[in-house]
Write a protein that binds this ligand. Structure first.
Ligand code: KG4
Ligand code: ZN
Length: 341
């Protein structure tokens, strides 16, 4: 069929989401909703898998009902149901997969299991109709990798973090400095008023060739700098905190920019670099990537923030491409905690 109407479900981390897309020559989001569990986990300093799984199971039906109502469509008017089948917290992924199986069987619709990372990686095709091949930098709380994208099922990993993800490093930095979670926006706001030159944090792995990155040492360096100030003065001033954030963010920005330069140099045939993931919201990071793209003569694409972070529109969109590629899943579709592209 030329135009597909697809229901997508996402529940692999701490957001429960559903979306309905119509995908013809262009993709159109007919309805979408995201129920974030952030507040449920706030007291624990991180996502608690059991709490997440339970909340997903409770919210999925509600999300589906919401998007059906908002789109004015009935379930039987869908051409397929796409669902995140991994990677992620297994309880949440299982909740989504079970919900999708129930809907698919009930309405007699095809089921399509989608890799969450593929959802992120294909987002620039949903938002900007980008042609293959292109370079994707996925930078979120759980992921950090460069992907060469040649097709909906054709990804090549050029490099990535060997320890913490950038969003995780932002979140840990915020925790060390007593700032609110999620840490990214809080650290960015403090950094805007800080002096990035006061703390000259090392830029990890820039001395090594390739596109791999490391951020756990940066977090340790920040911890040491913080403790040195506390040992000397008995506590942090507002300006100390701002300068620490600025130094941290500058190091993060420089590493991501330099590794992006290398990834582009390794793929001279690519005309586009796209970003996705929550850290792509950071203006300093975004600005640096834009400069790298400009210097390399390639187009830079950053999807709107709501489509950079976890959402179901990207899952429905990836589902449409996989449907067109002939993928069909059945009741044997498994939830996978680990699933490299
Ligand atoms: O993609 P996402 O919503 O979820 C996954 O991790 O899958 O990304 C969330 C991460 C969090 O670690 C958050 O601190 C980070 O993205 N983040 C930011 C900013 N906004 C969100 N990091 C840096 N600067 C920001 N403005
Ligand atoms: Zn994600």
């Amino acid at each position: 069929r030329d135009t597909l109407t697809i229901l997508g479900l996402e529940s692999s981390c701490d957001d429960t989401a559903a979306a309905i897309l119509r995908v013809g020559a262009r993709a159109e989001i007919l309805a979408q909703t995201v129920h974030s569990q952030g507040n449920l986990h706030a007291a624990y300093g991180g996502v608690v898998p059991e709490i997440a799984a339970r909340a997903h199971a409770e919210k999925l039906d509600l999300c589906v009902a919401e998007v059906l109502r908002a789109s004015g469509l009935a379930l039987r008017e869908m051409d397929a149901i796409a669902v995140t089948a991994g990677p992620g917290l297994i309880g949440g992924v299982m909740s989504g997969v079970m919900c999708a199986k129930g809907l698919a069987v009930g309405a007699g619709l095809p089921l399509i299991g989608v890799n969450h990372l593929a959802g992120h990686a294909l987002t620039p095709r949903l938002t900007d109709d980008v042609a293959y091949p292109y370079l994707m930098l996925l930078v979120s709380g759980g992921h950090c990798q460069f992907l060469r994208v040649d097709g909906a099922q054709d990804f090549t990993r050029l490099g990535g973090t060997i320890d913490d993800a950038p969003g995780e490093a932002f979140d840990k930095t915020a925790r060390l400095l007593g700032l609110a979670q999620p840490g990214g926006p809080a650290v960015e706001a403090e950094a805007a008023q800080g002096d990035p030159a006061r703390f000259a944090f090392a830029r990890p792995l820039l001395d090594r060739p390739g596109c791999d990155m490391s951020f756990s040492g940066l977090k340790t360096a920040l911890l040491r700098a913080r403790d040195a100030i506390i040992a000397e003065k008995g506590g942090l001033t507002v300006q100390d905190r701002r300068d620490l954030c600025a130094g941290f963010q500058a190091a993060m920005r420089d590493v991501l920019a330099e590794k992006t330069r290398r990834a582009l140099a390794a793929c001279p045939d690519l005309a586009v670099i796209a970003v996705a993931g929550g850290v792509a919201a950071n203006q300093a990071v975004r600005g640096a990537l834009m400069e790298v793209a400009e210097a390399a003569g390639v187009r830079f694409i950053a999807p709107p923030l709501a489509l950079c972070t976890d959402n179901a529109a990207m899952i429905a969109y990836a589902g449409a491409e996989l449907y067109r590629a002939g993928q069909r899943d059945d009741m044997a579709l498994a939830a996978r905690p680990r699933w490299p592209l």
